[in-house]
Design a protein around this ligand. Structure first.
Ligand SMILES: [Zn+2]
Length: 349
C-alpha cells in the first residue's frame, strides 16, 4: 500500500460497502430492475488488481463492469474525474468488450501520470481505450467542446449496450486538488448528455476534495438523473447548512484560479485524433456464445422483510400504479350514493 492509501479502522467494511453497492447496481441493471443505478460512494478508479492507489483500494468499477459483461456484449466506461481512470483502463486494455473513455488533466506530473492520447489499447483492445488529455483551467464551454463530439462518435461507432459513468467531482472549480474550472452545471451537462442516449446506466462517484461542492454537484446530478428540478436555494434545515455559506446555493460561484490552458485549436486536434482512431473500429464487436457465470450477488427480496403486522408497507404502496380506468374516490367518484342510479352505472361500462 502506498502513502496515499493508508490502512485504517473499518477499511474492510468500507471497501465491502462501496464495492457491493456498485455490484448490486450492475446486477439490477442486468435484470432490468432499473434504467439507471447510482452509487455515489463508488467510482474508485485508480485501484489495480494487485495494488491500492490514489485513495482507491478496491476497483468497484471494474467489478461492476465484469458483472455487466455477463449480460452485455459491450460496455462503455466514461470518466470525468480530473484524474486519469488508469485502473479501469488497465483492466480492460486488451479487450474490445469494454471501451474506456477518460477526460482528465495530463502533464506536469499530474497524478497518476498516465492517459496521453496515444494510449489506445493493445491486441484485441487496440482502439478501445480513448484518452482525452486536457490542460489546467478548462471551463464549461471548452469541456463540452470535446465531451459531446467524442461521446457522440463513441456511441455511434461502439454501440454499447450499457454505460458506466464515473462522475469524479474534483474536476469542479475550487477543488482542493483539482485545477479545472467547471461549474456544477457544466459537470452536470456531461451527465445529462450521457443519460440522453437511453442506454442502461450505472453512475458512480469518484474524487472530490472540497466536500461542500461535491455534495452540491452529486445532489444536482441526482436531480438530473431522476428528472427532477431541484430548488437552487439549499433548504435551511439541511444538515451542515452552514458549510454552504455565503451563497447557500446549489450552484456555487465559479472561482477561476487558472487561465484556461486549452486553446480551441488544441481541443479540435484532440477530437480529430479520437475520430481518426474510432474510424479504425470497423464495427461494434460482438460476442460468441459462452457460458454465463452466476450473478455476483442476489437482489434483496424486500417482500420477505416487510413487517407482517403492517397492512401496506410504503414500498408496496409505491409500486402500486392506479390504472387510468380505475374508479375514483373523491370528486370524480362515479360511485357516490346519490349518483348510484342506472345512468351512472351504464357510464361505468
Ligand atoms: Zn480524481
Amino acid at each position: 500500500m502506498a502513502d496515499d492509501c493508508p490502512v485504517f479502522d473499518g477499511l474492510y467494511d468500507f471497501c465491502s460497502m462501496y464495492t457491493g453497492a456498485s455490484l448490486e447496481g450492475a446486477v439490477k441493471l442486468n435484470h432490468n430492475c432499473c434504467d439507471i443505478a447510482i452509487n455515489w460512494s463508488g467510482g474508485l478508479h485508480h485501484a489495480k488488481k494487485f495494488e491500492a492507489s490514489g485513495f482507491c483500494y478496491v476497483n468497484d468499477i471494474v467489478i461492476a463492469i465484469l458483472e455487466m459483461l455477463k449480460y452485455h456484449p459491450r460496455v462503455l466506461y466514461i470518466d470525468i474525474d480530473i484524474h486519469h481512470g488508469d485502473g479501469v483502463q488497465e483492466a480492460f486494455y486488451l479487450t474490445d468488450r469494454v471501451m474506456t473513455v477518460s477526460f482528465h488533466k495530463y502533464g506536469n506530473y499530474f497524478f497518476p501520470g498516465t492517459g496521453d492520447m496515444f494510449e489506445i489499447g493493445h491486441e484485441s483492445g487496440r482502439y478501445y481505450s480513448v484518452n482525452v488529455p486536457l490542460k489546467e483551467g478548462i471551463d464549461d464551454a471548452s469541456y463540452n467542446q470535446v465531451f459531446k463530439p467524442v461521446i457522440e462518435a463513441v456511441m455511434e461507432y461502439y454501440r454499447p449496450t450499457a454505460i458506466v459513468l464515473q462522475c469524479g467531482a474534483d474536476s469542479l472549480s475550487g477543488d482542493r486538488l483539482g485545477c479545472f474550472s467547471l461549474s456544477t452545471k457544466g459537470h452536470g451537462e456531461c451527465v445529462s448528455f450521457t443519460k440522453k442516449f437511453g442506454v442502461p446506466l450505472l453512475v458512480v462517484g469518484g474524487g472530490g476534495y472540497t466536500p461542500r461542492n461535491v455534495a452540491r454537484c452529486w445532489a444536482y446530478e441526482t436531480g438530473l438523473l431522476v428528472d427532477t428540478d431541484m430548488p437552487v436555494e439549499i433548504p435551511y434545515n439541511t444538515e451542515y447548512f452552514q458549510y454552504f455559506a455565503p451563497d447557500f446555493s446549489l450552484h456555487p460561484e465559479v472561482i477561476t484560479r487558472q487561465e484556461n490552458g486549452n486553446s480551441r485549436q488544441y481541443l479540435e486536434a484532440i477530437v480529430k485524433h479520437v475520430y481518426d482512431n474510432l474510424r479504425m473500429v470497423q464495427h461494434a464487436p460482438s460476442v460468441q456464445m459462452q457460458d454465463v457465470p452466476l450473478d455476483g450477488c442476489t437482489i434483496d427480496d424486500q417482500e420477505n422483510e416487510l413487517d407482517p403486522d403492517s397492512r401496506l408497507h410504503l414500498s408496496e404502496e409505491d409500486k402500486r400504479v392506479e390504472p387510468d380506468n380505475e374508479f375514483y374516490d373523491g370528486e370524480k367518484d362515479n360511485d357516490k350514493a346519490e349518483d348510484n342510479d342506472v345512468t351512472s352505472s351504464t357510464n361505468r361500462n
